[in-house]
Structures are given as structure tokens and as C-alpha cells.
Design a protein. Structure first.
Length: 179
């Protein structure tokens, strides 16, 4: 048997405090952001992990799964608005670049995913687990949260700049948005 500390009640309280804070600060948008978080977990647990364990390419699964997570998270938290679509397109573009760069640097750095004997335990019982692909998938998923936040913030900022001064040219909007 495996014995460890029971952390379920502490983690449940932590989640409840987090949820109350998110909803108190974000109201309906916060509530729907939590729904998006739950939907993201469903995508990861019901699609991504089983697909990788079935032997599918972890990098491809990460791309498809991350795209689905981005779509769900952005539209649930921000609604069906043009700004959200712009943020989603920015996220998908940046995610594509992340995949290319992560693939390149995983190769250049010779990452294998098997840095110690603990990582090798993942391969016991199955020959389908691609540790190098899991490293790449982790990079893609790790980047996704930051990309979602950055793109929605950037799209909102540029939208507010446009609303404040509709006479700004695209070039001026770009410059102001980058500042």
C-alpha cells in the first residue's frame, strides 16, 4: 500500500477560496473563467492524456488540445466578441511559433525527457510513450496560459486605444499597443 498525508480537504478549501476570489473580482466573467478552467481540465484529462497514451504524437496532441483549450478559455471568459477572436488568432499564431521554436530547441539541446530513472518509469508497461514528445507537449501547454493572458490583454488595450481615439492610424495603434 501507499501511504501519504491526506490533503484533499486542504486543497478543497484552497480551491473554494480561489473560486470565491475569482468570482468576487470578476463576477460573471470570473465565473465563466472558472468554467473555462474546468473545460480545459476536461480536454487535458479526457482527450490529451488518453490520446498520448494511445501512442499518438504528443506534439500533435498538444497542438490540437492547446488550440481547443485556447478556444474554450478565451470565449468562455470573454464572450463572443471581435476582440476575443483577435486574441484567439493571436494565441494560435503564437502557439504555432512556440511549437516551431520548442521543436527546434528540443532538438538542438538534445532533450530526451529521460533525465533520470524516475522519467523512465513512465515507459514501463507501455512502449507508446514518447518522452521527448512529452517534453515538447509540456512546453506548448506551459506557454498556452501566458499566451492567452498576453493576447487578450493586448487586444483589450488596443481596443481601448481605438475607442479613446478613433482617428489613430493602424501604425499608431500598433506602436501604442506595443508600448
Amino acid at each position: 500500500t501507499y501511504n501519504d498525508r491526506q490533503r484533499r480537504s486542504v486543497l478543497l478549501w484552497l480551491f473554494l477560496l480561489f473560486a470565491v476570489a475569482v468570482i468576487a473580482l470578476g463576477r460573471w466573467r470570473g465565473f465563466f473563467a472558472l468554467v473555462g478552467l474546468g473545460a480545459s481540465l476536461v480536454v487535458i484529462l479526457q482527450f490529451m492524456l488518453p490520446s498520448m497514451l494511445d501512442g499518438n504524437s504528443p506534439s500533435r496532441v498538444a497542438i490540437v488540445g492547446s488550440s481547443a483549450v485556447a478556444f474554450l478559455a478565451l470565449y468562455l471568459a470573454n464572450g463572443l466578441r471581435p476582440m476575443t477572436t483577435v486574441a484567439l488568432l493571436g494565441t494560435l499564431g503564437a502557439l504555432s511559433l512556440t511549437v516551431v521554436l520548442a521543436t527546434l530547441f528540443t532538438e538542438l539541446a538534445h532533450f530526451t525527457g529521460a533525465q533520470n530513472e524516475d522519467a523512465l518509469l513512465v515507459t514501463f508497461g507501455t512502449s507508446a510513450v514518447d518522452l521527448k514528445g512529452l517534453v515538447l507537449a509540456g512546453m506548448v501547454l506551459g506557454a498556452l496560459g501566458a499566451l492567452d493572458d498576453i493576447t487578450i490583454t493586448q487586444a483589450s488595450s488596443v481596443g481601448e486605444l481605438r475607442a479613446a481615439d478613433p482617428t489613430l492610424s493602424r501604425r499608431e495603434l500598433y506602436r501604442a499597443g506595443m508600448r
